[in-house]
Design a protein around this ligand. Structure first.
Ligand code: PLP
Length: 478
């Protein structure tokens, strides 16, 4: 059988369209004896039968292991150059009370990016001193809440925020620890990085302004300067972007040391994961070693001790630990004229889409899909997994091969959806957002319930009578 000419060049025709690449799927995803996929011992079909479809599934042991692994790898690599590391879990990737608990139990601190994420972390029992607060436009109320809670650090993003945080801290009679977000001019994306002197983006203050801002911070009694913060991008496979940013940051860090203490340097997150078998991920230990080497050599160059470091990974911890399960609703073959003649693309439509995973529509992101309720010896067919929204760009998986007998009612699993899917979910077309289920050691439990029609209609003030129908609604087949 030949590859379908409509397949992208990177997509290899599989010898077995049932196979689960361990680089892409959660650690505890396997084909069971009946050919179905089990997640930590729980079958995909039993998960959708019990919790409905679509459904987000998180492999708890995998998420915890990834959190522990990145903490241990960075701690070891930086201990070797005489510096300590604080690892913040970037809650924007996925934040629920249960996941916050896993992360703190694995020794991580938590980063939040809004008052809502802060409230969630605090309600989940996260020690405020272990919370870092982000945002380029924090409201006065958000700053007040963070200061009042005793947030361990606030990352200020502008001159205005320096004053706002200082005033809030003064009102509360505390000294607030802050980092200054800097725009290093280095922007890394996937396999390339761009380094400019001045980057045209909303986050941070340019490096050449840093000294003046830090002087201002140091002049304010209610603030304690912790150090610089930089986040150069997301889904990064190329270490050289970090290395370039570190060169620029350590040079500025050294200048700042001339004016007072600079306890730490925060390098942000952005470590890439595999969404498909062709994504070549830099192993975390290797990333940690290379970053530590860059920090050590730049520190030596500037004659300063290697600073203590903070990092903020999100995706690399929770992304690969998650999958989304869908149920197939309709299938149609579309004939397309190509240079190689007529080709067929099979559109397989599922009961979710851009409301539960907007990344393909937003970033053109690629994903991997498998039939999860059974395996099949049928010849592979090129498929496009489409959602159910009124939008032609509503695609969940642009291209993959599934067994050609994929059928209505099959359960599909899409890999690596743990990060930036649930957290970016919407109610487009009034679809109820799916539940999130944690699987561990043969058991499954919902950690976030599915939305109901009552949730969806409950905020519309023109609806006079309270809607009490708890039917999960269109898009949920439970
Ligand atoms: C400031 C900051 N830190 C950390 C992260 C986490 O990035 P990732 O999930 O790619 O590791 C982000 C993501 O956008 C970010 O903006």
């Amino acid at each position: 059988m030949n590859a379908n000419p409509l397949a992208p060049a990177w997509l290899v025709l599989p010898t077995d369209a049932n196979a689960l690449d361990p680089g892409v799927w959660p650690a505890n995803a396997h084909r069971g004896p009946d050919g179905d996929i089990t997640f930590s011992g729980v079958s995909a079909a039993s998960l959708t039968a019990e919790f409905g479809s679509p459904l987000y599934v998180l492999d708890e042991a995998d998420a915890r292991a990834r959190a522990a692994h990145i903490r241990e790898s960075f701690t070891a690599a930086f201990a070797a150059i005489g510096s300590r590391v604080t690892v913040y879990y970037a809650g924007k990737a996925f934040l629920s009370a249960e996941v916050a608990r896993w992360m703190t139990e694995e020794g991580l601190s938590i980063d939040v990016a809004s008052g809502g994420e802060l409230a969630l972390a605090l309600a989940a029992g996260v020690d405020a001193g272990r919370i870092g607060v982000h945002g380029n436009n924090k409201s006065v109320l958000e700053i007040e809440s963070a200061v009042a809670a005793g947030a361990g650090a606030i990352v200020v993003d502008s001159a205005i925020e320096i004053e706002r945080v200082a005033e809030a801290a003064k009102r509360h009679g505390v000294v607030q620890r802050i980092r200054l977000r800097t725009n290093t001019g280095v922007h890394a994306h996937t396999h390339e990085f761009l380094a400019t002197a001045r980057e045209d983006q909303k986050f941070g203050v340019p490096l050449f302004e840093v000294v003046a801002h830090v002087e201002r911070i140091r002049s304010l009694d209610s603030l304690e300067f912790l150090g610089l913060h930089s986040h150069i991008g997301s889904q990064i496979f190329d270490v050289s972007g970090f290395v370039e940013a570190i060169a620029r940051l350590v040079a500025t860090h050294a200048t700042l040391l001339e004016g007072g203490p600079v306890p730490e340097l925060n390098l942000g997150g952005g470590f890439g994961i595999a969404y498909t078998s062709v994504d070549e991920v830099v192993p975390i230990e290797e990333m940690a070693r290379q970053l530590a080497h860059a920090v050590a050599s730049q520190s030596q160059r500037h004659g300063i001790p290697a600073p203590d470091i903070a990092i903020e990974p999100g995706r690399t911890i929770i992304g690969p630990a998650g999958v989304t399960l869908y149920t197939v609703g309709t299938i149609k073959d579309v004939e397309v004229v190509t240079d190689a003649g007529l080709a067929v693309r099979r559109y397989v439509s599922v009961d979710g889409g851009m409301s539960d995973n907007v990344r393909p529509a937003l970033y053109g992101a690629d994903y991997t899909v498998r039939v999860a309720n059974r395996s099949s010896g049928a010849q592979p067919a090129l498929v496009r997994i489409a959602g159910k929204h009124c939008e032609s760009g509503d695609i969940v998986v642009h291209a993959d091969y599934l067994p050609g007998d994929v059928a209505v009612g099959d359960v599909l699993a899409v890999a690596a959806t743990g990060a930036y899917c649930w957290s970016l979910a919407s109610n487009y077309n009034y679809l109820a957002r799916p539940a999130v289920v944690a699987v561990n050691d043969g058991t499954a439990r919902a950690i976030v319930r599915r939305e109901t029609l009552t949730d969806l209609l409950g905020r519309d003030l023109a609806l006079t009578s309270a809607h009490t129908n708890d039917n999960p609604g269109e898009g949920a087949t439970r």
